[in-house]
Design a protein around this ligand. Structure first.
Ligand code: UDP
Length: 399
């Protein structure tokens, strides 16, 4: 039997941020420990094979691009520890064999959850099947945390901001299980050493003009199209790099407009660090992954909107720490860019960014994970009491 410790990252591809967080920690682990750990990244919601739950990645794309109020309603309806318990018990009862199959196939010594909705599934599987592994959660939201993030069954909960730390304490999460680190930004961002000119040359774009990167998460949600058209009109001399992510329709739509040659349209890119290095400002929805990557690259950010309630606190984070601007309407984004184009204002903002976020969050987390691997798994617990469907309905209020 292999003695190499095995780590399972449990995620779901709802948006791009959870996989990006797992990839970031995975890369940092590879740097710190090389081949001395075996690592798997699995979309656990898809693995349940349950209709709707397994479709969560596609549904997230649809909801966050077209049905935002529905998405927000779901956030509110499920936000509460007892509701999370009821909901996940229901999913677990229906899909436990498929969840345990993942755990049996990967045989982890440590499970790292990088998605709030998979936490309870892991904890329940460990308890009911009396499995032996340690369990750590890595929170990838900055301020407004859904109740499902705080999992009392985990040995450790790693949070990326002081705001998240205080909120979980206030909700009664034990301080002994809470650790604050930097956000898990992929090490390639901090490691990118190229200048703006080098990054622009690598991308094959103009070296000179003031350059704005427009991006909107992994699924390319929100108001990206309107923003591009508005900036095209207002700033004909500014170069735009537009990342549409997995939103192929938006990409095709923008390409069909025949925009000027200094507006570059990209699909899903795997060189975000080069695009950010080539840019002067990053304009984005309030996705925590993109925000933190931009801040690690020391680029001022303009946040246009929160796509989903979980992102609202990220706007407060940017404003409270004076890391950029929040411009929910086009009439505000035009003067905000003008302000940042002033060299003195730009330099001042970049200077503030320098101390705002740690650049090595992923390796801080990787080190904690390596330390956890040295510890024995917790004692196996007695089987859980599974509530009946009637109890689940009573707790959740669903008739
Ligand atoms: N991303 C990427 N390529 C793209 C678009 C996005 O690698 O074409 C990455 C981006 O760098 C970030 C993540 O996807 O790491 C998006 O995470 P965020 O939290 O900003 O938003 P989400 O997609 O989770 O809503």
């Amino acid at each position: 039997m292999s003695q190499t410790p095995n780590i399972l990252f449990a995620i779901s591809d709802t948006g791009g941020g959870h996989r990006a967080g797992a990839d970031a920690i995975n890369a940092a682990l590879a740097q710190l420990s090389g081949d001395s750990t075996e690592r798997h990244i699995v979309d656990l919601l898809t693995s349940t094979r349950l209709p709707l739950v397994r479709d969560a990645p596609d549904l997230y794309g649809q909801l966050s691009t077209r049905w935002l109020p529905v998405f927000d309603l779901m956030f509110q309806v499920t936000d509460g520890p007892r509701r999370v318990d009821a909901l996940t018990q229901f999913v677990y009862l229906t899909a436990h064999r498929n969840i345990v199959r993942v755990l049996e196939e990967t045989r982890p010594n440590l499970v790292v959850s990088v998605h709030p909705l998979v936490n309870r599934l892991i904890g329940n599987a460990r308890a009911t099947y009396r499995l032996s592994f340690r369990f750590v959660t890595v929170v990838t939201d900055l301020v407004s945390l859904h109740s499902s993030w705080a999992d009392p069954g985990a040995e450790l909960c790693i949070v990326p901001t002081q705001e998240a730390y205080q909120l979980l304490l206030k909700r009664g999460f034990p301080a002994s299980k809470l650790v604050r680190t930097g956000f898990p930004v992929h090490p390639k961002f901090a490691a990118y050493g190229g200048t703006r000119a080098e990054a622009r040359a690598a991308l094959g774009v103009d070296a000179e003009p003031f350059t704005v990167l427009l991006t909107s998460g992994g699924v390319g949600s929100g108001q990206l199209r309107d923003l591009v058209l508005m900036l095209d009109r207002s700033y004909p001399d500014v170069q735009l790099l537009v990342v549409t992510g997995k939103n192929a329709a938006l990409r095709a739509d923008l390409q069909a407009l025949g925009l000027r040659s200094s507006i570059h349209i990209y699909g899903f890119v795997d060189n975000m660090e080069v695009l950010m290095a080539a840019s002067d400002i990053i304009v984005t929805k309030a996705g925590p992954g993109t925000l933190m990557e931009a801040l690690v690259m020391r680029r001022p950010v303009i946040v246009t909107e929160a796509v989903g309630m979980q992102e609202r606190g990220n706007i407060d984070f940017v404003l409270n720490h004076e890391l950029g601007a929040f411009c929910p309407t086009s009439d505000r984004i035009v003067p905000a860019i003008a302000e940042l184009m002033d060299p003195a204002t730009y330099a001042g903002t970049v200077a503030r960014l320098a101390d705002a976020v740690p650049r090595d969050g992923a390796s801080q987390i990787a080190q904690i994970i390596l330390d956890q691997l040295q510890l024995a798994p917790p004692a196996r617990k007695r089987r859980l009491h599974f509530p009946s469907m009637a109890e689940i309905r009573r707790i959740s209020g669903v008739r």
